[in-house]
Design a protein. Structure first.
Length: 387
């Protein structure tokens, strides 16, 4: 039997103490949702659907439970949690990437969801991204090996830091990524069929949100049809309202989504309701989406078949997953470059990291995520409904 060194024994005792303080995933979910309900009007039917999806498979569970990740992170990876801090994405994963059009109409690719933006260790985003890759590999959504995925993400991140980053304009450059973004599975016919099938919205939008939606339409005299949209996993349960109109014989739509403060705030027991999504979008190394705007605790954006996130299931069969992982690592650095004062410290920290540090951390965090998922399936009461 291996003998623990004193510091190892101390860490183990500390870990067990902190681990035992956490409620199980069912109770933690109830506590988080009670907190979230103080900030947004939760759609209960959507919350039930979220719970069902969490039981159905591990990947949806991972995406839906960033609040739990935020609890585990400083316990499982305490040293990494103390690494140089940036304004981080937080809920970063392989399906948190998508496309939008810039002012010139060019197609841009990058991270497209910043609901959980909050200051955190730069490593938090990397570890969560790699963990999501591992889970996607385990569930056979990706065919790349863990080793290649981890190395590609870290190398992309390191290279972007070294070169000052750079956005992904899918024009004459990044042609391969353009083919991924515009593949036949992101069919406009399917997209609009889903939008048109959304039920009518029965509530009232806040005046400032309504004014913003109105201002983002190409013409001020359009007649809109308001619809409720069910989408996402982490934010499933938050009100999402679509303003649907017809312009010159074709549909256009804007989405308004109510935001909660980041789950980091809940996990750390902070006394603030600040939302930093707007700041992250403004400071990151990226070409901004001109159709994304904020009003109080709402985000309003344009939706279109080529302006939304990219699901793993919609990726074409012919794809270079190692290159895609590299790009994801690079784009993560693009976000962190929005915290320029932290970059020298991050470079020094990365230079001192031992080989496989990212793999070890992602593997550890994923283990506890899967343990939580098994508890959720057993205790939540949704397993029988999903079979």
């Amino acid at each position: 039997m291996k003998t623990l060194r004193p510091e190892g024994l101390s860490y183990k005792r500390s870990f067990m103490s902190e681990k035992n303080k956490l409620p199980d995933i069912v109770r933690a979910t109830a506590e988080f949702e009670k907190w979230a309900a103080r900030h947004v009007h939760m759609v209960l039917s959507d919350v039930k659907l979220k719970h069902q999806n969490m039981a159905n498979a591990a990947f949806p569970f991972f995406r839906a439970t960033f609040y739990r990740w935020a609890q585990w992170w400083p316990i499982i990876c305490p040293e990494l949690a103390r690494a140089p801090q940036v304004l981080a994405v937080g809920d970063l994963h392989v399906e948190n990437f998508g496309t939008w059009r810039d002012l010139e109409g060019r197609l841009i690719w990058g991270v497209n969801d910043f609901d959980e933006a909050w200051p955190a260790s730069y490593a938090a985003d990397l570890v969560r991204l790699v963990s999501s890759c591992y889970l996607a590999i385990e569930e056979e959504h990706l065919s790349i090996t863990r080793k290649k995925a981890c190395r590609a993400i870290e190398q992309g991140y390191r290279d972007a830091l070294a070169k000052g980053g750079g956005p992904f304009v899918l024009a004459e450059h990044h042609r391969w990524l353009r083919l991924v973004a515009l593949n036949k599975l992101r069919d406009p016919v399917i997209f609009w069929k889903k939008i048109l099938a959304c039920p009518r919205y029965k509530g009232n939008l806040p005046k400032d949100v309504w004014k913003l939606v109105h201002a983002l339409m190409p013409l001020r005299t359009l007649n809109y049809e308001l619809k409720s949209r069910i989408a996402g996993l982490g934010s499933l349960g938050h009100p999402r309202v679509l303003a649907l109109a017809t312009w010159d014989g074709a549909h256009i739509v804007r989405e308004a989504k109510q935001l909660t403060p980041s789950a980091w705030i809940w996990a750390r027991k902070l006394h603030t309701t600040q939302i930093l999504s707007r700041k992250l979008v403004a400071t990151a190394m990226r070409i901004r989406d001109p159709h994304v705007h904020f009003a109080e605790h709402w985000i309003v954006r344009r939706l279109a078949p080529d302006c939304c996130h990219i699901e793993i299931s919609s990726l074409p069969e012919e794809r270079d997953e190692e290159k895609l992982a590299y790009y994801m690592g690079w784009e993560t650095a693009n976000i962190h470059l929005g915290s320029p004062k932290a970059i020298p410290a991050i470079r020094r920290d990365l230079a001192a990291r031992e080989d496989r540090w990212l793999h070890k951390a992602a593997k550890a965090m994923l283990k506890f995520t899967l343990d939580d998922w098994k508890v959720w399936r057993r205790k939540s009461g949704y397993l029988s409904k999903s079979n």
